[in-house]
Design a binder for this molecule. Sequence first.
Ligand code: ATP
Ligand code: MG
Length: 335
Amino acid sequence: MDATAINGAGPARSAASITLEDIGKTYPDGTVAVGDFSLEVRAGELTVLIGPSGCGKSTILRMINRLIEPTHGRILIDGEDILQRNPVELRRHIGYVIQNVGLFPHQNIRTNIGTVPRLLGWPKAKINSRADELLELVGLDPARYAKRYPHELSGGQRQRVGVARALAADPLVLLMDEPFSAVDPIARGRLQEEFLRLQAAVRKTIVLVTHDIDEAVRLGDRIAVLAEGGRLLQYAPPAELLSRPDSTAVSDFVGSDRGIRRLAVTPLKPAMTPAGAGTTTGDRPTVGAGGTLYDALAAMLAVDAAEVVVVDGEQAVGVITRTSIFEVPEAEAKV
Ligand SMILES: Nc1ncnc2c1ncn2[C@@H]1O[C@H](COP(=O)(O)OP(=O)(O)OP(=O)(O)O)[C@@H](O)[C@H]1O
Ligand SMILES: [Mg+2]
């Protein structure tokens, strides 16, 4: 991670790999929050940490930006040991988004977004234009929102500003701790969709903590399932985790969620847009017309596709997108 890379100024590089090597945190009172945790997060991928309350997810996340100092282990960003760096300086290059956003209440939205660029000494005009560009990117009209104060926004809008602020200095790494859990389920679904579009555009290396397996499956390139003490049970892409949990602890955890189980018993039709005559599959994945939404999602996730073609024999009969799967009302399930 040279100076060019970490400032995000390199033309080709906008994300960095993260390597956690046997990291752990024991608190002075003897609590082992994280015993011995290792993980490799590839550049430009979104890794989800999921597991029960108190298992050490936030601790792991906060060790990556050194809000918490590990008791042992090594943390590498693009191969550089970040424990050797000045933590305050380091944090200016790592975006961090938390549950209730933590916007500064007495600063307007534009000033909030410009926090890190200001610390980095960017010229004022550049900070303002960057803030406006990010507001556009997260779907908030700068003319309308830049001068408002946080209390003049809805919870979901504040959350989007939180994401914009974290992206302001074009960090190589973004850490997100339950970023969408404080908003209502409908707004959350929308935010997740927007966030997927944003990530497709910016391709940051992201570590995101959640309690919600639906959210993990929806957003994650890979999911790390944790147990108490930061014990890693399985680290796999969503489709693999759902179809091949490698322990009963993981299958209990994954299977305990209603949403995912529901997909396995919901037919394709309610999520499908009928295909016009002459539609071909191209290089899109396919799912047989007799399958379930679970099959459709697994087919998409297996090749990281945004949509799947429903086929009846040789014939393409419809198209299903990742978004449409999650919009099917619960009543459609055959339970
Ligand atoms: N300062 C501290 N002193 C002692 N123990 C602590 C301290 N901070 C956190 N812990 C403990 O460390 C463990 C891991 O906490 P952490 O916040 O990482 O959990 P989590 O997985 O993020 O949980 P949640 O899903 O509830 O947010 C918990 O058992 C917690 O009680
Ligand atoms: Mg936590």
